[in-house]
Design a protein around this ligand. Structure first.
Ligand SMILES: Cc1cc2nc3c(=O)[nH]c(=O)nc-3n(C[C@H](O)[C@H](O)[C@H](O)COP(=O)(O)OP(=O)(O)OC[C@H]3O[C@@H](n4cnc5c(N)ncnc54)[C@H](O)[C@@H]3O)c2cc1C
Length: 391
């Protein structure tokens, strides 16, 4: 006998895990299919390469599903300020939480820590069952909904299939939903560094013609996670470069704001592509997070958008439970989220073009623009509130 679930979520990452918790704590029977669960951190284990800058809006969602405590008890770094400047001039903008009457502008958290806290919460929810290690294999429509086939051969019956399975979503492919892909011909180089000077609980971002470089504060006051956007061949070269040389390049690229780079972890580079699904839903199928959209990481908004997706989807589904999984409800979610995601996607592409342009007129505009906004406290406040996810 196959088991029945109100929803089968493919992907137990940050986005799928949060959706499972939202629906599970509302009493819906949820199955989560996950290829590989995160394993618990050892005491003093090195920082993970993949981190997320979570906004206040994301914090609220994670508090609602009771996973924030699980994050804080492991490790996270609140950041109180953000400094953005241009490498080709003197333009600079600085945001401070204190100016907004806030304690911080967000938190830098290792992706694995978010996943661990979510997994812990899902175990507490009787309505949620996690299947792992397992993969989504196939699905077929039935009279009452869908039969979902797992790589183990198990069959689950459900009313709704959710693709929370990331950028290369198998659910999206199965549902034959088109996706527009823009190759930025760039890679995001990530690593963890120890710096000579403390990071001052500040997120540092310098825009260079080749792409932005971000130093994001970690719980240790002299450790940062870096995301460096580079042309693909340059990123590959930096990954392989001798450590001493790479440390010099990195310190110089950040204008020595944190002094020398004292140590550097292993390095990895991810190809950067913008993706946006033509639809977020089909009959009894819906996409959330990276399965629906991936954006340029320069503003660190990927997970934040995914969490906004799941908050909206859960609200639409739960407030119209009688029509659970109806196309009308799924379309409501799509309408509510697609425009916001498209706007963020295109804004990030625009920023990337503006800051990657070497023509003197653009350099002047950038520098004067940054300095001008820095002096306009109201505009600056609005920008900061938007980044915080409360504006
Ligand atoms: C270099 C870089 C830096 C970034 N920095 C930031 C940042 O600072 N802030 C931010 O908000 N975002 C950032 N992002 C984006 C962020 O990492 C993604 O938006 C986020 O991981 C999306 O979460 P997700 O749960 O939708 O997908 P994923 O994290 O990809 O999770 C998908 C899950 O589904 C599972 N899965 C996949 N296929 C199957 C299958 N067939 N069956 C079962 N399970 C499956 C996977 O194992 C995985 O656990 C960055 C991205 C890059 C490339």
């Amino acid at each position: 006998m196959s088991e029945y679930f109100d929803v089968v979520i493919v992907g137990g990452g940050m986005v799928g895990g949060a959706l499972a918790a939202l629906l599970g704590q509302a009493g819906k029977r949820v199955a989560v299919l996950e290829t590989a669960l995160a394993t618990e951190l050892e005491p003093n284990s090195p920082y993970e390469l993949r981190v997320s800058a979570l906004s206040r809006a994301s914090e609220h969602i994670l508090r609602k599903v009771k996973v924030w405590e699980g994050i804080v008890k492991r490790r996270s770094a609140p950041y109180e300020s953000m400094v953005v400047w241009d490498s080709t001039g003197s333009g600079e903008i600085r945001f401070d939480a204190a100016d907004l009457g806030e304690t911080d502008l967000g938190h830098i958290i290792e992706n694995r820590v978010i996943q661990l806290a979510l997994q812990e919460r899902l175990l507490e929810l009787d309505a949620v069952k996690v299947f792992s290690p397992v993969q989504f294999k196939n699905a077929s429509y039935t009279d009452k909904g869908l039969s979902v086939e797992l790589s183990t051969g198990q069959i689950l019956e459900t009313a709704l299939l959710v693709g929370a399975d990331g950028a290369k979503s198998a659910v999206r492919d199965w549902a034959a939903i088109d996706i527009k892909v823009t190759d930025y011909a760039q890679q995001g180089l990530v690593c963890v560094v120890q710096t000579e000077l403390p990071h001052q609980w500040t997120a540092w971002q310098r825009f260079m013609p080749t792409g932005p470089l971000a130093f994001l504060p970690l719980p240790d006051p002299q450790c940062c996670s870096i995301v460096w956007t580079l042309p693909a061949d340059q990123a590959d070269a930096y990954v392989l470069q001798a450590e001493s040389l790479f440390k010099q390049h990195l310190a110089q690229a950040l204008d020595y704001r944190l002094g020398q780079v004292l140590s550097v972890s292993e390095r990895a580079a991810f190809p950067l592509k913008g993706r946006h699904a033509a639809q977020y839903c089909a009959e009894r199928v819906v996409l959330v997070g990276d399965a629906a959209h991936t954006i340029h990481p320069l503003a660190g908004q990927g997970v934040n958008l995914g969490l906004k997706d799941v908050a909206e989807l859960a609200e639409q589904l739960l407030q119209d439970s009688q029509h659970w999984a109806s196309f009308k409800v799924l379309r409501r979610y799509e309408r509510a989220r697609k425009a916001d995601n498209a706007l963020t996607l295109h804004s990030m592409e625009g920023f990337s073009l503006l800051f990657g342009n070497n023509m003197p007129v653009w350099q002047l505009l950038r520098n004067q623009g940054l300095s001008l906004v820095n002096q306009m406290s109201w505009v600056k406040g609005q920008l900061a509130r938007h980044a915080l996810g409360v504006g």
